[in-house]
Design a protein around this ligand. Structure first.
Ligand code: BG6
Length: 469
């Protein structure tokens, strides 16, 4: 049985969102269109429009209007007691086309104001530089990360934001869920894949560009902001073999390694030995320039940020894509599921923390964990969300166990502390929040904010530093 204990002193309790899922104001104050602005129905199952048609509904265009309402929202986060808040900078607010000569001052000013507001409440900003929101022009003109030119555009963007926010932001991350390059290449990397034959070579080449860009940004971050930390960010689900048949076990292991390919490179600083075989079997020749490998070695990430929602179960012969496997996993009869079919596996959370800490011995930062579900406002105006509270409690108990196991964990940011647009499906009704937002899937709603029961519970957790669990 779990014995309630407190979390480490200065543990960073918080919440996390991404610019494109919350801000809205998609074309205000000089912002250019981002890839996320051209998706209808989410980036996993939705449609990507080559041309944005203003007569159609795009969830990111208004989202929850965080761009104009962030002060009200941050006051609520502060009331919950949050110590940190993760969001992303929308690249297309800073460089509307991605390849502009000069940054957009109004975009820079917005994040200055946002970070000031957080700091005013004693909330530490935790910032993702690129969260599935590449400027659209970089895809149209350069085919996204397929092009080596993006390294230059990205490092220029990173340099601008480091310079501007160096006194405000200490925790940084380069690319959100970078291992999704394999699952959703277009949404995650703006990688246009023509056909299956070109898919893997294209993705590995684009990944190399992202590795070099990450190393260069890490270098700049360390040079420009003393004491800052740069993280890598992965989507992580433990992968269980479906049976003890050695074929299932080895296949699951193989899939696991491929999902850790990105953290292996970013945290260790070199390509793992197993990559050579994959490249050989698929006739992949990654083009590198002299000095690239040295950069990777010299500028590794300081911590591993990751999202954890669920586990996955794998059987020999199922496709190995190099992602978390979660998307095409088998049913696990031991686990319940969320209304969106995601297996609920608190112990898997402890498993993943230990697995990552054993592998890298670098601090972990849980920058996403959450429960997406329907919510209903009762007649008296209250919103009861016991399943969310249950998910939160069970996961935090396992996180605490992982810390007791010896894992160094910097903090925990709940995904979507306020309801936002779902990345996967583009829906509003897949709600993660402790704060309800009156907005529906068709875009209607007053955008009014309202506390759910879980709001008060998370407040208690933070206040007691986890002792109430
Ligand atoms: C992660 C992403 O994949 O999961 C977030 O980093 C996303 O952007 C979150 O919102 C939850 O997924 P979804 O599809 O329920 O929004």
């Amino acid at each position: 049985e779990h014995i309630a204990q407190s979390f480490p002193e200065n543990f960073l309790w918080g919440g996390a969102i991404a610019a494109n899922q919350a801000e809205g104001a998609w074309n205000e104050d000089g912002k250019g269109p981002a890839i996320s602005d051209a998706f209808r129905g989410g980036i996993v199952g939705g449609t990507f429009d080559d041309t944005i048609d203003e007569n159609k509904y795009y969830a990111s265009h208004e989202a929850i209007d965080f761009y104009h309402r962030y002060k009200e929202d941050i006051a609520l986060f502060a009331e919950m007691g949050m110590k940190c808040f993760r969001t992303s900078i929308a690249w297309s607010r800073i460089f509307p086309n991605g390849d502009d000569a000069e940054p957009n001052e109004k975009g820079l000013q917005f994040y200055d104001d946002l970070f000031d507001e957080l700091l005013k409440h004693g909330i530490e900003p935790v910032i993702t530089i690129s969260h599935f929101e590449l400027p659209l022009n970089l895809i149209r003109k350069y085919e996204g990360w397929k092009s080596r030119k993006l390294i230059g555009f990205y490092t220029k963007y990173a340099e601008v934001v480091f310079k501007r926010y160096k006194n405000k932001v200490k925790y940084w991350m380069n690319f959100n869920e970078i291992n999704h390059f394999h699952t959703i290449p277009l949404a995650a990397g703006g990688i246009v894949v023509q056909d299956d034959e070109h898919k893997l070579p294209t993705i590995y080449q684009a990944s190399h560009h992202v590795f070099v860009a990450s190393a260069l940004a890490t270098k700049l971050c360390h040079e420009m902001i003393p004491g800052a930390m740069m993280g890598a960010m992965l989507s992580l689900s433990p992968i269980y073999p479906n049976t003890c048949n050695p074929d299932d076990v080895f296949d699951a292991y193989e899939l696991r390694r491929r999902s850790l390919f990105y953290s292996d490179v970013l945290l260790r600083g070199y390509y793992p030995s197993y990559a050579k075989r994959i490249w050989k079997e698929h006739s992949i020749k990654v083009q590198m320039e002299p000095g690239d490998e040295q950069l990777l070695r010299e500028h590794t990430a300081d911590y591993l940020g990751f999202s954890y929602y669920r586990s996955t179960t794998h059987k020999a012969g199922m496709p190995i894509l190099g992602n978390t496997g979660g998307i095409m996993g088998l049913d696990n009869p031991y686990l319940d599921k969320t209304p969106w079919g995601w297996p609920i596996d608190p112990k898997g959370f402890r498993y993943v923390c230990n697995e990552m800490y054993d592998r890298y011995q670098k601090p972990l930062f849980v920058v996403e964990n959450g429960y997406g579900s329907h919510d209903e406002i009762l007649e008296d105006g209250s919103i009861h969300d016991p399943e969310r509270v249950d998910y939160l409690n069970k996961h935090l108990i396992q996180l605490h166990e992982a810390i007791e196991d010896g894992c160094e964990v910097l903090g925990y940011t709940w995904w979507g502390p306020i309801d936002i647009v779902s990345a996967g499906t583009g829906e509003m009704k897949k709600r993660y929040g402790f704060i309800y937002v009156d907005k529906n899937n068709d875009g209607s709603g007053t955008l009014e904010r309202r506390k759910k029961n879980s709001f008060y519970w998370y407040q208690k957790i933070i206040e007691s530093n986890g002792k109430v669990l």
